[in-house]
Design a protein around this ligand. Structure first.
Ligand SMILES: Nc1ncnc2c1ncn2[C@@H]1O[C@H](COP(=O)(O)OP(=O)(O)O)[C@@H](O)[C@H]1O
Ligand SMILES: [Mg+2]
Length: 231
């Protein structure tokens, strides 16, 4: 029997506020396990809105989002929060590391929030992840002591540390110079290939988007095209 897609987005719409801005109009997308999907389009086309709905950070106006067999649109707020904490890792444009915590403390956070009470197990996993992203020599550093590219690599380790089903990355290279941007994209690609990590990445950059195996183009809240990339 064919297994279900990891993520089924069925005719999802999102309207904002009293002016009824239509941020998404009947978007339908399936995402399979192990895919690296680039969500592309100009600023304002609805990429972040869609990622936030997928990650349960916001709720749809209509339609259904089935994630790993659960209808996210029908779950309580508590259940969505629990699902997100367990199964999704988020990578942001501005890294969103906590400035008062060290690199290793930042990366350990999702494990603590997930209720992993074994400190030595946590430490082992954190070191494993920071080695994976090439940041194992910066355990005791604070975010302010790192470059943008290094901060994003730490943020990626944090997103991965609890072995999520899905990584959602919103403009992960948007605040990096091109050299560091390429390093972050190569890291995401490597994680996708070596761990079979499913990734959905929003970007307005053609160069960044080309790293994915599949490109979904959006405009004005609609999906324009959806195609596989030949590398
Ligand atoms: N919280 C909000 N309130 C009202 N409108 C919003 C809000 N968030 C996004 N929008 C609008 O929804 C549309 C899509 O925005 P967004 O998803 O952020 O696009 P993108 O990430 O592709 O740049 C835009 O027109 C934006 O102005
Ligand atoms: Mg955006």
């Amino acid at each position: 029997m064919a297994s279900l897609p990891l993520l089924q987005i069925e005719s999802v719409s999102k309207n904002y506020g009293e002016h009824h801005v239509k941020a998404l109009s009947a978007v339908t997308i399936n995402i399979e396990r192990g895919e690296f999907v680039s969500l592309m389009g100009a600023s304002g086309c609805g990429k972040s809105t869609l990622l936030n709905l997928i990650a349960g950070l916001d709720s749809a106006s209509s339609g259904r989002i089935i994630f790993d067999g659960a209808d996210v649109t029908k779950l309580s707020d508590e259940a969505v929060t629990a699902l997100r904490a367990k199964k999704i890792g988020f990578v942001f444009q501005f890294f969103n590391l906590l400035s008062t915590l060290t690199v290793e403390e930042n990366v350990a956070l999702p494990l603590e929030l997930g209720g992993n009470t074994n400190a030595s197990e946590r430490q082992k996993r954190v070191l494993e992840m920071l080695t994976q992203v090439g940041m194992e020599s910066r355990l005791k550093f604070y975010p302010a002591q790192l470059s943008g590219g290094e901060m994003q690599r730490v943020a990626i380790a944090r997103a991965l540390v609890h072995k999520p089903e899905l990584i959602v990355a919103d403009e992960p290279t948007g605040n990096l110079d091109s050299e560091n941007g390429i390093k972050v994209l190569e890291l995401l690609k490597h994680l996708n290939k070596s761990l079979n990590q499913t990734i959905v990445m929003a970007t307005h950059s053609e160069e960044a988007g080309a790293i994915g195996d599949r490109i979904i183009r959006m405009k004005d809240g609609l999906v324009l095209s959806d195609s596989l990339v030949k590398h």
